[in-house]
Design a protein around this ligand. Structure first.
Ligand SMILES: [Zn+2]
Length: 74
């Protein structure tokens, strides 16, 4: 079960990397160099994708805090 969650987090991490490459640069410009509407950006802007990335970041932050303040438990 833990391996399944880890695989999911790796996949969501790939989406986050894509989000970095396709960062919006003002109106109708994308970090990938596309002008006009970037089709990848359209997918990354879907609420489901955004929610998964934010959840991953929240879990990573929680894990960092646990490791910092309770290093012997992890
Ligand atoms: Zn793009």
């Amino acid at each position: 079960m833990k391996a399944a969650f880890r695989s999911r987090d790796i996949a969501i991490g790939y989406l986050r990397q894509l989000e970095e490459v396709h960062e919006p640069l003002g109106l109708r410009a994308c970090g990938c160099g596309a002008t006009g509407m970037c089709r990848t950006r359209e997918i990354l802007d879907r609420p489901w994708v955004k929610d998964r990335i934010r959840e991953l970041e929240r879990r990573e932050h929680q894990r960092e805090l646990e490791e910092r303040f309770f290093p012997d438990v992890a």
